[in-house]
Design a protein around this ligand. Structure first.
Ligand SMILES: Cc1cc2nc3c(=O)[nH]c(=O)nc-3n(C[C@H](O)[C@H](O)[C@H](O)COP(=O)(O)O)c2cc1C
Length: 153
C-alpha cells in the first residue's frame, strides 16, 4: 500500500490549511493512504513507513518552526543510512509573513542529510493563505501521491 505522510506545524492555522489542501489533493489518488500529522506527533516509524512525504512549516526568525526541527532532531541519528529512508521522495511547503526562504533552505539542507529526494518545487505562501496557495498545495499533494503510486521516483 502506498502511504503519503504530510507533517507540519502551525500556530495560527495557515500552514494547517496548506497541509489540509495537500492532503485533499493526495486523497484524490486512489490506492494512496494519506497520513496527516503535526510534526510533534510524527515519529521515526512514520518516516520509515511512508512512500513519500510533504513537510510543511511556518517561517520563524528566518528558520523552520522548532517543532519541525524537533522531528528532525528526534529521528536523524536512527534514520541516517537506513535503506527505507534513502532517496525517499519529498517536497516542502512554507507559510511565512513576508519571506519563507530561510525556512525552506533549512529544511532542504537537512533533507539532504537524510538523503531524501526532492521531487517537486516548494510552495511558499506569504501572508494569508489565498486560493492560489491552496490550489498549489492541492496540486502538490496530488502530484507526489500519484508519483508514489506509480513508483516513478
Ligand atoms: C515567532 C515568529 C517569528 C516569525 N518569523 C518570521 C520570519 O522570519 N519571516 C517571515 O516571513 N515570517 C515570520 N513570521 C510569520 C509567520 O511565518 C507567519 O505568520 C505564518 O504564516 C504563520 O503560520 P501558521 O499560521 O501556520 O502558524 C513569524 C511569526 C512568529 C510567530
Amino acid at each position: 500500500m502506498v502511504t503519503l505522510l504530510i507533517v507540519y506545524h502551525t500556530q495560527t492555522g495557515r500552514t494547517k490549511a496548506m497541509a489540509e489542501a495537500a492532503a485533499k489533493g493526495a486523497a484524490s489518488i486512489e490506492e494512496v493512504i494519506v497520513v496527516l500529522k503535526r510534526a510533534y506527533d510524527a515519529t521515526l516509524e512514520d518516516l520509515i513507513n511512508c512512500s513519500g512525504l510533504l513537510i510543511g512549516s511556518p517561517e520563524y526568525f528566518g528558520y523552520m518552526a522548532g517543532a519541525v526541527k524537533d522531528l528532525f532532531d528526534r529521528t536523524y541519528e536512527a534514520a541516517r543510512g537506513r535503506r527505507e529512508i534513502f532517496r525517499k521522495p519529498y517536497a516542502v511547503f512554507v507559510s511565512a509573513g513576508n519571506d519563507g526562504m530561510g525556512a525552506l533552505a533549512a529544511i532542504e539542507r537537512i533533507c539532504l542529510g537524510y538523503q531524501f529526494k526532492k521531487v517537486l518545487e516548494p510552495v511558499i505562501s506569504r501572508g494569508e493563505v489565498g486560493a492560489e496557495a491552496i490550489s498549489a498545495c492541492e496540486e502538490m499533494g496530488k502530484t507526489i501521491a500519484a508519483g508514489c503510486e506509480a513508483a516513478i521516483y
